[in-house]
Design a protein around this ligand. Sequence first.
Ligand code: EPU
Length: 343
Amino acid sequence: MSFALEIRNQVDLKGLNTMAVDATARQFADIESAGQLKQALEAARAQQLETLVLGSGSNLIFAGDFDGLVLHMSLRGRSWEQVQDNAAVLVLAAGENWHDAVLYAARSGYRGIENLALIPGTAGAAPVQNIGAYGVELCDTLQSVTALDCDSMAVITLAAEDCQFAYRDSLFKRNPGRYIILEIRLRLSRSAPLKLDYRDLQDYLSDCDAAELTALNVAEAVMAVRRRKLPDPETLPNTGSFFKNPVISQLQFDDLQKKFPEMVFYPMADGVKLAAAWLIDQAGWKGFRNSRVGIHNRQALVLVNHSGGSGEDVLALAEDVRGSVKEKFGVELEIEPGVVGTC
Ligand code: EPU
């Protein structure tokens, strides 16, 4: 680790976003400690430059260049705390790779995050979206988040209850620019029940004796299921689900279900959540492609960059998809990844 902060000019971001769109940062710094983060923020403020916190760019679309300072969160480190017979707290620095951490926990015999295997991104980005898959969300095991509060410039620790977690939502997402996550703590267990309810996972594991399964077995099953449906950003650039699953009122749902009885939905406390993938698929988009970008042919919720598509190309396609879903079903889709920079 180097202690001196290095700020570089005109840095190419194409390799730092999983949609692989071209974009340049006016300034760029690798951040390896809280001290470097404070220095970088001071440098940005002195020049009146905007900042952008970047993990591995797996949930972000560059609409154009970024005319500010990119803070590339490269803080590393993982350790265990409060180790008891059956439980322990896994501490992850913000720049740790999420999937590696999942495998590390599972190989150490701890349960709680195995269903979140293969989600691209860093540990520090995980609470922002409250990442979730196969019936598990990060907030199920998250104990606390340590962050720099950019208003007071103090390092604070927020308990999970204070993070306003909801489906793909959190305090961090609702207050962009206020908190920069430095470290997260996850409460894991050696004996908690494995969560195997999700249909795809159940089907994959149907020949196994559930009582014999380990966290690592489940992580491997999740990896296999994801690989069957979701494109690997290394070979086909994408940012995972491009839209959130929309939640509509019971009234609107009752009306829609009369017209589309086979519609995929999940009842919620405050309405009904629809499968956006089903809506997009039914609107005829699955497998669509133009010369540069398209909709994945095995999961309609994923936009992919086939060949040199720009952020503008991706966002134009997303608008077309939103428009046609709105027209056919009267439902508004919300884009999941953050959009940064100007066209
Ligand atoms: N479906 C279609 N057409 C498709 C794909 C799916 O009709 O092309 C239908 C399926 O038959 C299924 C329903 O839509 O009944 C839901 O599909 P799936 O189980 O694949 O899940 P999803 O709601 O599309 C969510 C998450 C994924 C996560 C999976 C598994 C969101 C926005 N997405 O997708 O998360 O992996 O569940 O838990 O909540 C991500 O966030 O990047 C991501 C991949």
